[in-house]
Design a binder for this molecule. Sequence first.
Ligand code: PLP
Length: 394
Amino acid sequence: MPPVYLDHAATTPLDPAVFDAMEPYLRAHFGNPSSVHALGRRARVAVEESRERVATCLGATPAEVVFTSGGTEADNLAIRGAMEAGRQHLITSAAEHEAVLRPAEALRDAGASVQILEPAAAGAVTPEQVETALAADGVDPARTLVSLMHANNEVGTLTDIEAIAEICHARGAVLHTDAVQTAGLLALDVDDLGVDMLSLSGHKFYGPKGVGALVVRGGVELSAQVRGGSQERDRRGGTENVAALVGLAAALERATDEAEARAAHLRTLQRRLIAGLRDALANGMFVLNTPDPDAASGPTAAPHIVSVAFPPHDGRALDGEMLLLNLDMDGVCASAGSACTSGALSPSHVLLACGLDRPTASAAVRFSLGKDTTAADVDRAAEALGGIAERMRG
Ligand code: PLP
């Protein structure tokens, strides 16, 4: 039996139609978009068409799309670029991806004014927290950059970006959102969200790896972080990865067209997986880190993630790595937290920021569903995890 892949928040397989769109640019149309001859012009057209298609999917203008090597570079460009261009204070959260947290910490270590908020619930910072942070002594909101993710990559919690954007704009602050987990999953529009900058990454929505974009709305000042040629309107130097940009645009277009149907499918499976885990695991044996989609109030979640953790039993903690290895042996690919932290022994910073104690945070499993996941897949995962957790508890 082939393994069940439930790690789509880490990466997704390349859509065959996306590969087909890319292939000519890996073979015949290999020109450098900066060359003036016919082959170069062919490549330039592909780059600019891709930019237009990405912009259209997100409600932006082509000039607002800066292509990058992925989500990490887009986040670094947003944060370092805006701070270098004159923002004096950065507000972010302890539950952000490392691609935001590491540059924020580096800026702080270099003497910049950086505030890292502790999320209120399930990993999301609330609009009230942002309002308070912007009103704090010594903070000039008109010179502040706020960077908060749209959906958390480990637990799936959605941040109320629309409300936070209103607060930021009323005070002149610039708002960046890392939408790597939602772009290509939900139909996003930068006007509706109200953000000034938005990061996305192709490999999260069936596009190629190593390509992404930062949308930078008009008027936002940004310093290039990769300096060299004048590509991307001087905001990111380097010869464009033409085939990857074509793939990014093709994948985002397909995802946007199918967003509603894909999200409905994912939500149905998310509910089924949560119900399956509740059936397979004894009451009180695990905690659900992802906000329950059927909860009457409280934070909401993206439809593709289900994260659970196992509190210690009779004083004994479960070993998270063993949980994953056993799942792998049972043919289920899942993750402990974000792909970047799995394999590390320390518990996930996100789960700690969500309020879990260290032993519980160290015994966590994240399932993330994709467009081709089936009901049988999630049933198999729930059953497998139920059996493994029972066995490991002895
Ligand atoms: N931000 C979030 C929320 C992510 O989930 C990831 C990848 O896991 C990244 C940023 C980094 O994106 P990339 O892998 O394209 O560098």
